[in-house]
Design a protein around this ligand. Structure first.
Ligand SMILES: [Zn+2]
Ligand SMILES: [Zn+2]
Length: 137
């Protein structure tokens, strides 16, 4: 099963030879910047079977956990595409809005609900974690 995606303008493309390990809806404060007011929905893939074509801009920051995180964007259209943590180089998180078929990724959990604004729509049927959940794998 190959899953493909791209940024808004198409300058960056990606593909994974495997389905996502897990998909989560994240309401951390950082994701609200990226999500334009909403949280973000992200799928974890194995880096080993994940390929990116095209140039991305990398922005690094230190997370609340102390981990150094990288976030990658398309330098042409600004679409947020990926995030990675230096402590877990075997995983890459792709923003589900960049999937060619976003229906292939269904959130299994909502995380960082403690950071969500009171008007956030949070699926009552999904498990909720107030802050950071344990690592995907
Ligand atoms: Zn682009
Ligand atoms: Zn987040």
């Amino acid at each position: 099963m190959t899953i493909t995606g791209r940024c808004f303008c198409g300058a960056v493309r990606w593909e994974s030879l495997e389905p996502p390990i897990v998909t989560r809806w994240c309401w951390c404060r950082e994701c609200q910047y990226l999500g334009a007011g909403s949280g973000t929905v992200n799928s974890a893939f194995r880096t080993a079977s994940f390929k990116i074509t095209g140039k991305t801009t990398d922005w690094a920051s230190i997370a609340d956990s102390g981990n150094r995180m990288h976030r990658q964007f398309c330098p042409a259209c600004g679409t947020p595409l990926f995030s990675t943590a230096e402590v877990r180089p075997h995983l890459i998180f792709a923003r589900v809005g960049t999937f060619d078929d976003p229906s292939l990724a269904k959130p299994a959990m909502t995380i960082w609900t403690s950071s969500a604004p009171y008007w956030a729509c949070i699926d009552p049927d999904l498990p909720k974690v107030e802050k950071q959940p344990p690592p995907a794998a």
